[in-house]
Write a protein that binds this ligand. Sequence first.
Ligand SMILES: *[C@@H]1O[C@H](CO)[C@@H](O)[C@H](O)[C@H]1NC(C)=O
Ligand SMILES: *[C@@H]1O[C@H](CO)[C@@H](O)[C@H](O)[C@H]1NC(C)=O
Ligand SMILES: *[C@@H]1O[C@H](CO)[C@@H](O)[C@H](O)[C@H]1NC(C)=O
Length: 471
Amino acid sequence: MANPRNPNHSLFSLLLLFPFFVLSSSLYSPQDNHLVACGSTSVPALADHRRFFPDSSCHLHSSGATFAVSDPSRDSPPLHRTARVFSKPSSYEFRVKEKGTHLIRLHFYPFSTSDFNLSSASFHVAAYGISLLSNFATSVPVLKEFLIPVDAEKLVVSFFPAEKSSFAFVNAIEVVSAPGDLIGHTASLVKPDQVEIFNGLSRQSFETIYRINIGGPKVTPFNDSLWRTWVPDTEGLGFVKLDSSASKTVSFSGRISYRKYGASREVAPDNVYSTARVSDSDHNMTWVFPVSLGYRYLVRMHFCDFASVTLNQLYFNIYVNGYLAYKNFDLSDATGQLLASPFYIDFVADVGSSGLLTIGIGPSKLSNPSWVPGLLNGLEIMKMNNTFGNLDEQVPLVLTMEDPAFRGIGEFVRSILCGFAFTSLLVVVFILALRLRAELRNTLGWSPLPTDVPGSKLAKGYTVASGMLDF
Ligand SMILES: *[C@@H]1O[C@H](CO)[C@@H](O)[C@H](O)[C@H]1NC(C)=O
Ligand SMILES: *[C@@H]1O[C@H](CO)[C@@H](O)[C@H](O)[C@H]1NC(C)=O
Ligand SMILES: *[C@@H]1O[C@H](CO)[C@@H](O)[C@H](O)[C@H]1NC(C)=O
C-alpha cells in the first residue's frame, strides 16, 4: 500500500484512505467476488454497499426447468425478495481467478408464492464435489457459510431436489476469495490427555456454525472486513453461557494495534477486538454449543487485551471440552509485548456423544488477585469436513449422467481422449472411459438413508438462522 521509507507518501496514502475507513472497514478486495441475486432482474441496494447481480448473467446449467420467483409481500430485505427455483438438478458455474480458500455463502429465505411454498422444499447442495447440505429444508431465513479450498479454474455449486415431487431454491449466492492469512496451516488438536499439532488446516473445508462477538454487539457485514455477521453472546442464539454472573463485558475506544504476521483486520474486525468479556472472579467462564456428531470442529478464539493496566498482568487457562488446551496463556507474550493487539488461537476438537462443545476460560495460578482473571473477545466454531471430504452426509452424494455435476467428469474424459493421436490408444482409453462411466453410474446417485430424522434440518437451520442473518 504505502512505502514505509517515504513518510510523505505514507501520510498521503493514509489521507486518501481515510474516507474509506470511515465509510466501512472493508479494505480487502477479493480476486474472485461473485455476488448473485438469484431470480432477480435488478441490482438490490444493500446496507453494506455491495452489488449483487441478477443470475441471468451467470452460467446456470439445469437438467430441467428453473423459475425466477419473487416474494409477493415485498417487505423482506432486498436480497431475500427473489429466489431461483430448480425443478431438477442444476448448477451455477463460477470462474476462479485465484486458487485457494473461497467463502461460499448461500442465502435461503423461504417465502411463499401462488406456485411455490419455498419452506416445503427439501434438497441437497454440493460445491466443488463436496456435499454441503443434505435433505436441507427451512421455514426460517438461513445464511449458510462454507470455506472451501479450491484448486481449479471453476467452482460449480449444485442444487439437487430431494424427491421427484420436490424442488430446490436459493435466494442469493456469494463466492468470494478469502485472504491468504484467513486459514493457517496448523492448529492445536485437543485430546483428553494432551495437545498435538494438527497439520493441513488450509486443506480442509469448513462450515461456519457459530461466529460470536463475545461481550460485544452484533457486527453486520457493513462493519466486517469480509462481510461476515458476528452475533453477541447473549441468550437465545442456540448456545448457553454458564456462570454469566461471574463475568462482565468491557469495551475499548482506542486504536487496535494490528501487527504484521499477527491477526489481521480480515481475520476479525476492530468491532470484535474492541469488546470482550472478562471474568469477575476466579470462576471459569464457560460457553456450551450444540453441534452435530460425526465431525471435528475448528474452534478459533480471538483475544485482544485492552483490559489490563500494564503488560504481563493477564494469565489464564483455556479449556476445550473440559480438557486443558492451553495452560497459563500469556497474551502479552503472544503479541510480542503489546497491549490492545489482536491474537487468535485455532484449536481442533472432537465431539463426544453428548453433541456438545464446551469452551472455557479459567483462572491461572500465575495470576494475581488484582489482575484481570480471564478474557475472550471473539469465538468462531467451524465444522470440518469428514474423512470423505463432505460437510453434511445424511445422504451420500451420488450423481447420475444427466446431473450437471457429472458433466465435469465427462469433460475430463473427453480432454484425455483428445490428447491421444493413435487410434489404438483412443480405443483403449475409450473403453476405459466407458468403464469409468459405468462404474460411476453404479456408485453415484442420490439415495436417502433411512436414518434421516424428519425435521432435524429445520432445528439446525433455526440455530444458525437466529444469529447469522444479515438484516
Ligand atoms: C458499524 O460500527 C459502528 C461502530 O461500532 C456502529 O456505530 C454502527 O452502527 C455500525 N453500523 C452498522 C451498519 O452495523
Ligand atoms: C474450570 O474448568 C475446568 C475444566 O472443566 C476444571 O478442570 C477446572 O477445575 C475449572 N476451574 C474452576 C476454578 O472452576
Ligand atoms: C477433509 O478432506 C480432506 C480432503 O478430502 C482430507 O484429506 C481430510 O483428512 C479431511 N478432514 C478430516 C478432518 O477428516
